[in-house]
Design a protein around this ligand. Structure first.
Ligand SMILES: Cc1cc2nc3c(=O)[nH]c(=O)nc-3n(C[C@H](O)[C@H](O)[C@H](O)COP(=O)(O)O)c2cc1C
Length: 192
């Protein structure tokens, strides 16, 4: 067997490449903001809870803390430029929606705006916040979910452009999910 290299502890975070990059949108006193967030996770079906780990230095951290609400929007690969800009600049310097060429749109349940260009939106009310290390885990109760039907049925439609979610590998590198697999219980030799 080929030799495996011992890595730094923090490489574990990049080995466990997370799900799709989300755009976390917030609004405080009529100022909308948006940041890239790839450290998201599913936490519970009933009640339906999701989490997002946000560093306390982010303006978005302040806005979620103050308003107790946020939206996780899912962009597709064509938005890579806007996503990267939303993840490398801060709303403290000005209107980041405008800088990224993104459009705030009204949500159905909360005041935080949706990102209109995204194919899916998860509106959340803040249930809890846990400080676990250098990031804080915001736990959101899911209040409303919507997605473009060509992008998402009961799962992401990765065969279509509309379902091409973007996954952050690290730095300026991203990837898409290009190959779907389906388990066939009758086939013992699948994918060998
Ligand atoms: C692809 C990508 C994913 C990111 N994911 C996270 C994340 O999950 N949590 C976090 O705190 N910062 C994350 N960041 C960094 C923030 O998006 C970045 O610090 C941003 O400038 C914060 O903006 P704000 O100050 O307007 O809130 C990510 C950056 C990129 C490029």
């Amino acid at each position: 067997m080929a030799t495996k290299v011992i890595l730094e502890a923090r490489d574990a975070l990049r080995l466990l490449v997370p799900g799709p990059v989300a755009l976390l949108s917030t609004m405080y006193r009529d100022q909308p903001n948006v940041m890239a967030a790839s450290w998201t996770l599913a936490l519970s079906f009933d009640p339906t809870l999701v989490g997002v780990a946000v560093h306390p230095s982010r303006l978005s951290h302040e806005f979620v803390t103050k308003t107790e609400q946020f939206v996780l929007n899912v962009p597709t690969a064509d938005l890579i430029g806007a996503v990267h800009l939303a993840g490398t600049t801060t709303g403290r310097s000005g209107d980041k929606f405008a800088a990224c060429g993104l459009t705030p749109a009204e949500g159905l349940e909360i005041e935080a705006p949706l990102v209109a260009e995204c194919v899916a939106h998860i509106e959340c009310g803040l249930l809890d916040r846990q400080t676990l290390g250098d990031h804080d885990l915001f736990i959101g109760r899911v209040l409303r979910v919507q997605a473009l039907d060509e992008a998402f049925g009961s799962v992401w439609n990765v065969a279509e452009d509309a379902g091409q979610t973007l996954h952050h590998l690290g730095g300026d590198r991203y990837a898409g999910l290009s190959r779907p697999y389906t388990v066939d219980p009758a086939d013992d030799d699948q994918y060998r």
